[in-house]
Design a protein around this ligand. Structure first.
Ligand code: ZN
Ligand code: ZN
Length: 583
């Protein structure tokens, strides 16, 4: 059973997990709470790697062999809990439990679909990588070193069976995922190298334990090498391969399970295409007005895209100095807090301040310049960090300039709205007020990302940036990125759009650098649906707000809408919508 993670949002795992406390009463909500507790405990046993990643460490030593027996076991688990959940009527539960019930049903159905229909286990060689899970156990600080090493020793004692099952599973993989599997397992080999051997040597394990573990590490290295050899010499040069494009039927279903939107994948694709045209139109007007201000006396290009590019290139000259990037972010946070208060956009909680820090070394290099690390719902006292990565010291002046221009003075403010206030950080503070372990484990990525993207536009609509053409033009460009993510996701996976057409569109209409556009193509070949989540969540939230404005007329209150919307936790927008429209 594979579980999904919230995209692009580093949610630090709580140091330990507890299930929701059952209510004292014995009504349907109390019975449902009991089932949730039981389910989550069982879920961890069923998914030890996922449990570890969420901060639940009782099963760190377990390795599941990804064979047919395990798939049947997972299937029985899903059927059993679907049957149990079938005993609850939606209307008998509280609004928050209604959402939890629907999330759980969706998750269990999705897991069965992944195994029976999408069958990633047959075509994605990167799905098998012991280095990744062992690396997390080794670097995790939950247990002292000796205990971590004993867990690792038990876990890798079945490495040969693990990789034998992986080889047996693979049938006509994709070439792209085969390359990824090679790359990631080569990276995984590093985990079983000198640093681990060093840790074993200096640990307090007995001599016999050290010997056993050292032998198991050697056997694991052999198993990984054999798998790599198989991928490199049997699979990669010979094939046959299947296309990485999953096609309409699978894409539609995956979209429905993962995004849980009240729109279909095809509807979102059409909306994204329309939105792209609206953004380009707006950019053309703003660029035409700004051109004489920034390039006085020069002839404006006749081609609109060239005109927009010329103006953007002027605006991005305003940026932080190379050694002042983190400071520039830090200085903006109080301004954002004050703006949200002054404009009564939502109530903020001053007791849960956001701590801006330089990204810790062990988290750097993922390509995310900024991220939020939030405490889990049962670790509410811990800090929420806004990690900002200083520019790497070894970057050339040209590399640094390109990055600083990407995050110029305008875009940096939009990024801070997205990541921090009132974006991800603010949403998480609200989510933690109605703690639901189900929502924190199966929270909806489209809602989380959609809120952050919605927050950008909402701030600008309320006058942040003084309604200037400069700010809106760079917002258009920024928003175009999530819009094009949704466009290419569908166009590539369903409509066979070619690499050169995709890269050309991202560069011309998205105004992206070559490296960014090519990186996006690669990501779009390795994932499906995830790239659509930002735009889908954003357009659903925006549409919901407009729908409520219509319905409530003069009664509509923006602050109340935001606070009500956020009060249900990280739930799919379609469920929040139903609850808000029912009020
Ligand atoms: Zn016009
Ligand atoms: Zn985000």
């Amino acid at each position: 059973m594979k579980l999904r993670y919230l995209p692009l949002l580093a949610l630090a795992a709580a140091s330990c997990s507890h299930a929701d406390k059952p209510a004292a009463a014995t009504g349907p909500d109390a019975r449902f709470d009991a089932v949730k507790n039981q389910f989550i405990e069982a879920l961890w046993r069923q998914n030890p790697d996922y449990a570890s990643s969420q901060g639940y460490h009782n099963y760190d030593s377990l390795l599941l062999i990804p064979n047919a027996a395990q798939r049947q076991n997972d299937d029985a688990f899903a059927r059993k809990y679907l049957a149990t959940l079938g005993g609850f009527g939606l209307d008998s539960l509280s609004p928050n439990n209604q959402i939890d019930l629907r999330l759980l049903r969706n998750e269990l159905r999705a897991e069965r679909w992944y195994t029976d229909t999408l069958k990633t286990w047959q075509w994605n060689p990167a799905g098998y990588n012991l280095g990744a899970s062992v690396g997390d156990l080794l670097n995790g600080r939950h247990f002292p070193l000796a205990r971590r090493l004993r867990n690792i020793s038990d876990k890798i004692s079945h490495a040969a069976e693990f990789y034998a099952a992986a080889r047996a599973n693979l049938r006509t993989p994709t070439q792209e995922h085969t390359r990824l599997g090679i790359k990631q397992n080569e990276g995984g080999m590093a985990v079983f190298g000198a640093a681990l051997a060093d840790s074993v040597r200096k640990s307090s394990l007995s001599a016999a334990e050290k010997k056993t573990l050292t032998d198991r590490i050697a056997a694991t290295r052999t198993a990984v090498q054999d798998y790599l050899g198989f991928l490199k010499t049997e699979v990669l040069p010979k094939g046959p391969f299947r296309s990485f494009r999953i096609g309409k039927e699978l894409f539609d279903a995956k979209f429905a399970y993962e995004i849980q939107s009240h729109f279909t994948a095809a509807e979102i694709y059409q909306q994204a295409l329309q939105h792209k045209a609206v953004l380009l139109h707006d950019m053309g007007h703003r660029a035409a007005r700004l051109f004489p201000k920034y390039l006085p006396g020069q002839p404006a290009p006749a081609d609109t895209l060239a005109l927009i590019t010329a103006v953007i290139n002027q605006l991005t000259l305003k940026h932080a100095p190379r050694d002042g990037f983190v400071d520039a972010v830090k200085r903006q946070i109080p301004t954002l807090i004050a703006f949200v208060n002054e404009h009564k956009l939502l109530t903020q909680d001053p007791t849960k301040p956001l701590v801006v820090r330089e990204t810790p070394l062990y988290m750097r290099g993922s390509g995310a310049g900024a991220s939020v690390s939030a405490p889990g719902p049962y670790d509410k006292g811990a800090n929420t960090y806004y990690n900002v990565e200083p520019l790497p010291a070894d970057w050339t002046p040209a590399q640094a300039e390109s990055y600083l221009r990407e995050y110029n003075d305008y875009t940096l403010q939009i990024l801070n709205i997205h990541e921090a206030i009132p974006g991800h950080y603010t949403q998480l503070v609200y989510a933690n007020r109605s703690p639901s372990l189900v929502k924190s484990i199966f929270g909806n990525g489209a809602m989380v990302e959609g809120w952050a993207v919605y927050a950008e536009r909402m701030m600008l609509e309320n006058g942040y940036g003084h309604n200037s053409d400069e700010m809106w033009l760079l917002w258009d460009k920024w928003n175009m990125r999530s819009t094009l993510n949704a466009v290419i996701d569908h166009a590539i996976q369903v409509d066979n759009m070619s690499q050169s057409d995709v890269v050309t569109m991202l560069r011309r209409e998205g105004f992206q650098e070559k490296a960014e556009a090519e990186g996006k193509w690669l990501r779009a070949t390795l994932s499906q649906v995830q790239l659509s989540s930002y735009f889908t969540g954003y357009s659903e939230i925006y549409a919901l707000r407009e729908e409520l404005k219509q319905k409530e007329g003069k009664e509509f209150n923006l602050k109340a809408f935001h606070e009500n919307f956020l009060s249900y936790g990280s739930a799919p927008v379609k469920y929040i919508r139903e609850l808000l429209l029912r009020k």
